[in-house]
Design a protein around this ligand. Structure first.
Ligand SMILES: NC(=O)N[C@@H](CC(=O)O)C(=O)O
Ligand SMILES: [Zn+2]
Ligand SMILES: [Zn+2]
Length: 421
């Protein structure tokens, strides 16, 4: 199928006609192209998420590769990296290949599996990183996300190991001894509510250790869901020294604070926890100045029984794929170059996803892109989400921006705001 996006604005530039044919951007008119009136719409390179939980295999009641892919495409994504904390854990070539194949079958976004660092995420024994890297899934990111690789010797070995194939270890930075029984951010609000606190230093101490380890062995480290002002300062110093470290922030840590725990609604329970206004402001500045490289959703669907219960029993995590761009737009406004870099170009580079995050003004660029209508304000209705789960913290909020269409290698996955299959 060929398309003509008539009057589209590429990254906010003046309106132009954009042709898509044979899976790529074309600079010449194409006969028989379907015309899409794109006046007022902004084209962005398809969004790329380096941190998505798709729950398959094991928790298909919360999400599947298919439903998560649908949520991703509707959110403007063309590629997502699927976290390894499934059941069974994605710690072998067999499991990562299964997830990769399911992604191909769904055909809505590129699903790039992340491999576990340790067997069963148990933090004791290194998983078969090499076998996952050379498998059909071509794994480059490894993470025990959900758990921290707390053993420094194991972390060092994993960092050394992935160097051979330019892999990266994505760390869930949480010193486990400092967060035993933790329910929310440790601070004034946790004291008032009488909930056990998760101190900022539990994150900062691991990041400090890991940037030193990465520096020592010359390997790539990626820090998941950075949530504190102190972490930003550790990262800033490490980057200034030339350490090969990248970092992500989630939409929820850019917007929400620990005050929301006051109603004891577990929809606001997440790991790392929502922090303070001061942290939110530091994270925003870090994303703007590049100390934090990317926005990653940490889309964490959970079944009703795991979320609609008492705070202390609820699983941590919140949905993210379908609201990420509207949240970022609401926080930063229409800074399209920034948004394209932090949500597509930089994440594609970190994940090694060639073909994503490309230049839409160049003929021959793979046609992975999304069209946004920034003039529309929408109320988030959990019942309308494509995700199989409903745990969005933004229910009832009015957010700017609507994803009108998404294209994966020139084929529409979303048209008129609806998934095409
Ligand atoms: N973020 C969360 O609160 N939960 C994630 C795990 C994780 O990202 O650490 C999950 O898998 O549900
Ligand atoms: Zn995590
Ligand atoms: Zn996660």
């Amino acid at each position: 199928m060929a398309y003509l996006l008539k009057g589209v604005s590429i990254l906010g530039a003046s309106p132009t006609d954009l042709y898509i044919a044979d899976g790529v951007i074309s600079d010449k008119p194409v006969d028989g192209a379907e015309v899409i009136d794109a006046a007022g719409l902004v084209a962005l390179p398809g969004l790329v998420d380096v941190h998505t939980h798709l729950r398959e295999p094991g928790r298909e009641d919360a999400e599947t590769v298919d439903t998560g892919s649908r949520a991703a495409a509707l959110g403007g994504y063309t590629a997502v990296c699927a976290m390894a904390n499934t059941s069974p854990v994605a710690d072998t070539a067999g499991v990562v290949e299964q997830v990769w194949r399911l992604g191909r079958e769904a055909g809505l976004v590129d699903v790039q599996p992340i491999g576990a660092v340790t067997v069963g995420l148990a933090g004791k024994q290194m998983a078969e990183l090499g076998a996952m890297a050379t498998s059909a899934a071509n794994v480059r990111i490894f993470s025990d996300d959900g758990f921290c690789v707390a053993d420094p010797k194991l972390m060092r070995r994993a960092l050394e190991y992935v160097k051979a194939f330019d892999g990266v270890i994505a760390q869930h930075a949480e010193e486990p001894r400092l967060t035993e029984g933790a329910q929310m951010h440790e601070g004034e609000v946790s004291t008032r509510l009488g909930l056990t606190g998760w101190p900022a230093v539990a994150e900062e101490a691991i990041i400090a250790r890991d940037v030193l380890l990465a520096e020592h062995v010359g390997s790539r480290l990626h820090v998941c869901h950075v949530s504190t002002a102190g972490s930003v300062e550790v990262l800033r110093q490490a980057k200034a020294r030339g350490v090969r470290v990248t970092a992500e922030v989630t939409p929820h840590h850019l917007l929400l604070t620990d005050e929301l725990a006051a109603g004891y609604d577990p929809v606001f329970k997440v790991n790392p926890p929502l922090r303070t206004r001061k942290d939110v402001e530091a994270l925003r500045r870090a994303l703007l100045d590049g100390v934090i490289d990317v926005v990653a959703t940490d889309h964490a669907p959970h079944a009703v029984q795991d979320k609609e219960c008492e705070w202390s029993y609820a699983r941590p995590g919140m949905l993210g794929l379908e609201t990420a761009l509207p949240i970022v737009l609401s926080v930063f406004g229409p800074q399209w170059d920034l948004i394209a870099d932090r949500m597509s170009i930089a994440p594609a580079r970190i994940a090694g996803l060639d073909g994503h995050g490309g230049d839409l003004t160049k003929a021959g660029t793979p046609a992975n892109l999304t069209l946004v209508d920034p003039s529309v304000q929408r109320v988030v209705d959990p019942a309308e989400l494509a995700s199989r789960s409903r745990n969005t913290p933004y229910a009832g909020m009015t957010l700017p921006g609507r994803i009108v269409a998404t294209f994966l290698r020139g084929e529409a996955t979303v048209l008129d705001g609806k998934a095409v299959k």
